[in-house]
Ligand binder design. Structure first.
Ligand code: ADP
Ligand code: MG
Length: 238
């Protein structure tokens, strides 16, 4: 487990500035939710933390160590995307164990890790199925399971529920809260859904136009929004 520190992160794609001066300290074991409108830079920031994108300026520290030069695999981070990105030709168990297999982990150890993660997520009965035989919610659980077996120091979730229907989103929300309670791992979760942010976060980070608008506990932002933008996004009913 490890905290995450962002220091002076800037990002530009050619002329377009996407992130400006992002400073943020995420504690070990904290559940932090990034919220903000489409295009404000949420995914780009997650990808920079994961090492899938290089910042134009600034540092990423994980567990106190500067990781700018480290590959995604060496950062001890697992990222779950909204598209799930499961391998269609592999079974659920193979999907979940694939990263460990690539890393040369012994078969028995992989089987053990996959079984444990499947139990945590309640998908033990699905391990032999192919992704096409799964519902949206089941696929999402497999994608999360694939992240869990790697025992990352930090989980990154990019709008993991946005492809699910409303009732499933509510259920999965509780599952994320449960997962965080069970694992205790640092989690950084991106959403544009106010209720997801309010219910899941230890702290919410409101992004707007590539800058941090406000950071705080959900109720603090709700009761004391620093700007009209935060008030519109978190503070007042829609
Ligand atoms: P969000 O996830 O908050 O919707 P993104 O981080 O995906 O926002 O995108 C922020 C901005 O950066 C958008 O204007 C987007 O078009 C731009 N952007 C993202 N990735 C690239 C890229 N690879 N090349 C150029 N522009 C990009
Ligand atoms: Mg995005």
């Amino acid at each position: 487990m490890a905290g995450v520190r962002l220091q002076g992160i800037d990002k530009a794609f050619s002329e377009t500035r996407v992130l400006s001066g992002i400073d943020l300290d995420i504690a070990d074991g904290e559940f932090v939710v990034f919220v903000g409108p489409s295009g404000c830079g949420k995914s780009t920031l997650l990808r920079i933390i994961a090492g899938l994108e290089e910042p134009t300026a600034g540092d990423v520290l994980i567990g106190g160590e500067r990781v700018n030069h480290l590959s995604p695999a060496d950062r001890g981070i697992a990222m779950v995307f909204q598209s799930y990105a499961l391998y269609p030709q592999m079974s659920v168990a193979e999907n979940m164990g694939f990263a460990l297999k690539l890393a040369g982990v012994a078969k028995a150890e992989i089987a053990h890790a996959v079984a444990a993660a499947a139990e945590t997520l309640g998908i033990t009965q699905l391990l032999d199925r192919k992704p096409r035989a799964l519902s949206g919610g089941q696929r999402q659980r497999v994608a999360i399971g694939r992240a869990i077996v790697r025992q990352p120091r930090v989980f990154l979730f990019d709008e993991p529920l946005s492809n699910l229907d409303a009732s499933l989103r509510v259920r999965m929300r509780y599952e994320f809260a449960h997962l965080h309670k069970v694992l205790g791992t640092t989690m950084i979760y991106v959403t544009h859904d106010q209720i997801e942010a309010m219910t899941l976060a230890d702290r919410i980070v409101v992004l707007n136009g590539g800058r941090i608008e406000q950071v705080g506990a959900p109720m603090h932002l709700y009761e004391h929004p620093a700007t009209a933008f935060v008030g519109g996004f978190i503070g007042s009913p829609r």
